[in-house]
Design a protein around this ligand. Sequence first.
Ligand SMILES: [Zn+2]
Length: 234
Amino acid sequence: MFLPSVINHRQPFSPAAGPTGVSSRKPGLFIAPGCDEHPVELPVHLDRNLAVTYGPHEMPEDRDPDNVLLQRWGGTCTGDLDWGAHQTHRQVYAMDQLRCCGCAEDPDIQDPHVTATGFTPPGMLWLLPVGPDLTNAVWPKDVETANPPICLRCAHRAVRACDALQRGFIALRVRTSEIIGYYGTVYTSTDPPQALEARVVKLTEPAIDRTVARQLVRRLHQAQPDPSSLALSA
Ligand SMILES: [Zn+2]
Protein backbone atom coordinates (compact mmCIF):
# COMPACT_ATOMS: atom_id res chain seq x y z
CA MET A 1 0.00 0.00 0.00
CA PHE A 2 1.29 3.41 -0.94
CA LEU A 3 1.99 5.62 2.05
CA PRO A 4 2.35 9.35 1.43
CA SER A 5 5.64 10.97 2.27
CA VAL A 6 4.79 14.23 3.99
CA ILE A 7 7.32 17.01 4.23
CA ASN A 8 6.24 18.97 7.25
CA HIS A 9 8.59 20.86 9.55
CA ARG A 10 5.85 22.19 11.77
CA GLN A 11 4.32 21.06 14.99
CA PRO A 12 0.78 19.72 14.39
CA PHE A 13 -1.96 22.33 14.42
CA SER A 14 -4.36 21.55 17.26
CA PRO A 15 -7.06 24.19 17.47
CA ALA A 16 -8.97 24.39 20.72
CA ALA A 17 -12.46 22.93 20.67
CA GLY A 18 -15.18 25.51 20.83
CA PRO A 19 -17.26 27.77 18.65
CA THR A 20 -14.56 28.01 15.98
CA GLY A 21 -12.78 24.76 16.78
CA VAL A 22 -12.76 21.32 15.25
CA SER A 23 -15.49 19.95 17.47
CA SER A 24 -18.04 22.27 15.87
CA ARG A 25 -17.72 20.74 12.40
CA LYS A 26 -20.85 20.11 10.47
CA PRO A 27 -21.31 17.01 8.29
CA GLY A 28 -21.32 17.99 4.64
CA LEU A 29 -18.14 19.95 4.08
CA PHE A 30 -15.89 20.10 7.12
CA ILE A 31 -13.99 23.23 6.10
CA ALA A 32 -17.03 25.23 4.92
CA PRO A 33 -18.58 27.77 7.27
CA GLY A 34 -22.26 27.58 8.13
CA CYS A 35 -24.35 30.68 7.50
CA ASP A 36 -24.29 31.34 11.27
CA GLU A 37 -20.47 31.51 11.25
CA HIS A 38 -18.49 34.58 10.33
CA PRO A 39 -15.03 36.18 10.66
CA VAL A 40 -14.69 38.36 13.77
CA GLU A 41 -13.53 41.90 13.08
CA LEU A 42 -10.80 42.63 15.63
CA PRO A 43 -8.49 45.66 15.72
CA VAL A 44 -5.00 44.74 14.51
CA HIS A 45 -1.97 46.25 16.24
CA LEU A 46 1.80 45.89 15.90
CA ASP A 47 3.88 44.51 18.74
CA ARG A 48 7.42 45.60 19.60
CA ASN A 49 8.76 43.25 16.90
CA LEU A 50 6.52 44.90 14.27
CA ALA A 51 4.39 41.75 14.08
CA VAL A 52 0.60 41.89 13.93
CA THR A 53 -1.35 41.05 17.06
CA TYR A 54 -4.91 41.33 18.35
CA GLY A 55 -3.44 42.95 21.46
CA PRO A 56 -5.56 42.51 24.59
CA HIS A 57 -8.17 40.56 22.60
CA GLU A 58 -5.71 37.88 21.46
CA MET A 59 -6.17 34.28 22.64
CA PRO A 60 -3.72 31.34 22.38
CA GLU A 61 -5.83 29.67 19.68
CA ASP A 62 -5.34 32.72 17.44
CA ARG A 63 -1.80 31.46 16.69
CA ASP A 64 -0.62 28.46 14.69
CA PRO A 65 2.52 26.42 15.60
CA ASP A 66 4.66 28.86 13.59
CA ASN A 67 3.24 31.76 15.62
CA VAL A 68 1.28 33.05 12.60
CA LEU A 69 -1.78 35.10 13.55
CA LEU A 70 -4.98 33.45 12.30
CA GLN A 71 -8.25 35.07 11.35
CA ARG A 72 -10.71 34.69 14.23
CA TRP A 73 -14.12 33.19 13.49
CA GLY A 74 -17.25 33.40 15.62
CA GLY A 75 -20.79 32.05 15.66
CA THR A 76 -21.83 28.44 15.32
CA CYS A 77 -21.48 26.04 12.41
CA THR A 78 -25.20 25.87 11.76
CA GLY A 79 -27.43 26.80 8.86
CA ASP A 80 -26.68 26.34 5.17
CA LEU A 81 -23.05 25.76 4.25
CA ASP A 82 -21.11 28.21 2.12
CA TRP A 83 -19.32 25.70 -0.12
CA GLY A 84 -17.19 28.45 -1.62
CA ALA A 85 -15.59 29.62 1.64
CA HIS A 86 -13.18 28.18 4.21
CA GLN A 87 -13.54 28.48 7.98
CA THR A 88 -9.95 29.28 8.90
CA HIS A 89 -9.36 26.95 11.86
CA ARG A 90 -10.98 23.92 10.23
CA GLN A 91 -9.19 24.59 6.92
CA VAL A 92 -5.84 24.90 8.70
CA TYR A 93 -6.49 21.70 10.67
CA ALA A 94 -7.43 19.69 7.56
CA MET A 95 -4.55 21.06 5.51
CA ASP A 96 -1.99 20.68 8.30
CA GLN A 97 -3.05 17.16 9.28
CA LEU A 98 -3.96 16.03 5.75
CA ARG A 99 -7.54 15.23 6.63
CA CYS A 100 -10.44 15.06 4.18
CA CYS A 101 -11.89 18.53 3.63
CA GLY A 102 -15.38 17.03 3.58
CA CYS A 103 -15.49 14.73 6.61
CA ALA A 104 -12.13 15.26 8.42
CA GLU A 105 -11.39 11.52 8.12
CA ASP A 106 -8.61 9.95 6.02
CA PRO A 107 -8.40 11.19 2.42
CA ASP A 108 -8.37 8.62 -0.38
CA ILE A 109 -4.96 7.07 -1.12
CA GLN A 110 -4.40 4.61 -3.95
CA ASP A 111 -1.66 2.50 -5.40
CA PRO A 112 -1.48 2.82 -9.18
CA HIS A 113 -4.06 0.63 -10.89
CA VAL A 114 -6.23 0.31 -14.00
CA THR A 115 -10.02 0.46 -13.78
CA ALA A 116 -12.82 0.22 -16.32
CA THR A 117 -12.74 4.02 -16.61
CA GLY A 118 -8.97 4.48 -16.92
CA PHE A 119 -5.67 4.57 -15.09
CA THR A 120 -5.41 5.80 -11.52
CA PRO A 121 -1.97 7.21 -10.66
CA PRO A 122 -0.59 6.62 -7.14
CA GLY A 123 -1.06 8.95 -4.23
CA MET A 124 -3.48 11.05 -2.24
CA LEU A 125 -6.61 12.48 -3.88
CA TRP A 126 -7.03 16.23 -4.31
CA LEU A 127 -10.04 17.77 -6.03
CA LEU A 128 -9.55 21.27 -7.42
CA PRO A 129 -11.63 23.66 -9.48
CA VAL A 130 -10.03 24.19 -12.87
CA GLY A 131 -8.53 27.67 -13.04
CA PRO A 132 -6.30 29.31 -15.62
CA ASP A 133 -3.18 27.75 -14.11
CA LEU A 134 -4.53 24.23 -14.59
CA THR A 135 -5.98 24.71 -18.07
CA ASN A 136 -3.64 23.27 -20.69
CA ALA A 137 -1.10 22.39 -17.98
CA VAL A 138 1.70 19.95 -18.73
CA TRP A 139 1.60 17.08 -16.23
CA PRO A 140 2.99 16.09 -13.84
CA LYS A 141 3.50 19.50 -12.29
CA ASP A 142 3.71 21.19 -8.89
CA VAL A 143 0.45 22.84 -7.81
CA GLU A 144 -0.09 25.31 -4.95
CA THR A 145 -3.51 25.07 -3.33
CA ALA A 146 -5.52 25.96 -0.23
CA ASN A 147 -7.90 23.03 -0.80
CA PRO A 148 -7.16 20.10 1.55
CA PRO A 149 -7.24 16.50 0.22
CA ILE A 150 -10.48 14.57 0.02
CA CYS A 151 -11.93 11.06 0.31
CA LEU A 152 -13.83 9.45 -2.56
CA ARG A 153 -17.21 9.61 -0.85
CA CYS A 154 -16.88 13.34 -0.19
CA ALA A 155 -15.42 13.94 -3.65
CA HIS A 156 -18.47 12.48 -5.37
CA ARG A 157 -20.71 14.57 -3.13
CA ALA A 158 -18.68 17.74 -3.67
CA VAL A 159 -18.82 17.68 -7.47
CA ARG A 160 -22.62 17.57 -7.22
CA ALA A 161 -22.96 20.26 -4.52
CA CYS A 162 -20.19 22.80 -5.14
CA ASP A 163 -20.87 25.49 -7.76
CA ALA A 164 -17.14 26.10 -8.35
CA LEU A 165 -16.52 22.41 -9.07
CA GLN A 166 -19.54 22.19 -11.35
CA ARG A 167 -17.92 24.84 -13.55
CA GLY A 168 -15.02 22.43 -14.00
CA PHE A 169 -12.83 20.29 -11.78
CA ILE A 170 -9.74 18.15 -11.90
CA ALA A 171 -8.87 15.18 -9.70
CA LEU A 172 -5.17 14.92 -8.90
CA ARG A 173 -3.03 12.21 -7.31
CA VAL A 174 -0.14 13.42 -5.20
CA ARG A 175 2.62 11.41 -3.54
CA THR A 176 4.24 14.24 -1.55
CA SER A 177 3.33 17.75 -0.53
CA GLU A 178 4.66 20.47 1.74
CA ILE A 179 3.26 23.40 3.66
CA ILE A 180 4.60 26.59 2.14
CA GLY A 181 2.65 29.46 3.70
CA TYR A 182 -0.68 31.15 4.12
CA TYR A 183 -3.16 33.09 2.06
CA GLY A 184 -4.04 36.12 4.12
CA THR A 185 -4.04 39.88 4.53
CA VAL A 186 -0.66 41.59 4.76
CA TYR A 187 -0.53 44.73 6.90
CA THR A 188 1.82 47.68 6.69
CA SER A 189 4.40 48.32 9.42
CA THR A 190 2.89 51.75 10.12
CA ASP A 191 1.17 52.69 13.37
CA PRO A 192 -1.66 51.83 13.19
CA PRO A 193 -1.10 49.07 10.61
CA GLN A 194 -3.18 49.24 7.44
CA ALA A 195 -4.39 46.32 5.35
CA LEU A 196 -2.08 46.34 2.33
CA GLU A 197 -2.97 43.36 0.16
CA ALA A 198 -4.34 39.81 0.22
CA ARG A 199 -1.97 37.18 -1.20
CA VAL A 200 -0.11 33.96 -0.50
CA VAL A 201 2.75 34.68 1.93
CA LYS A 202 5.49 32.08 2.30
CA LEU A 203 6.48 31.08 5.85
CA THR A 204 10.02 32.16 4.94
CA GLU A 205 8.98 35.72 4.03
CA PRO A 206 9.42 38.48 6.64
CA ALA A 207 5.90 39.65 5.69
CA ILE A 208 4.42 36.55 7.38
CA ASP A 209 4.83 38.43 10.69
CA ARG A 210 2.50 41.12 9.36
CA THR A 211 -0.08 38.71 7.95
CA VAL A 212 -3.49 37.80 9.33
CA ALA A 213 -3.77 34.31 7.85
CA ARG A 214 -6.95 32.84 6.41
CA GLN A 215 -5.93 29.62 4.61
CA LEU A 216 -2.94 27.30 4.88
CA VAL A 217 -1.33 26.62 1.49
CA ARG A 218 0.47 23.48 0.34
CA ARG A 219 2.59 22.77 -2.69
CA LEU A 220 1.62 19.45 -4.25
CA HIS A 221 4.71 17.85 -5.75
CA GLN A 222 4.47 16.52 -9.30
CA ALA A 223 0.70 16.11 -9.21
CA GLN A 224 -0.81 13.79 -11.82
CA PRO A 225 -4.39 13.92 -13.14
CA ASP A 226 -6.61 11.01 -12.14
CA PRO A 227 -9.24 10.72 -14.88
CA SER A 228 -10.79 7.52 -13.55
CA SER A 229 -11.67 7.85 -9.84
CA LEU A 230 -14.42 10.43 -10.41
CA ALA A 231 -15.32 9.52 -13.97
CA LEU A 232 -18.92 8.68 -13.09
CA SER A 233 -19.36 12.06 -11.41
CA ALA A 234 -18.00 14.09 -14.31
ZN1 LIG B 1 -14.42 12.72 3.35
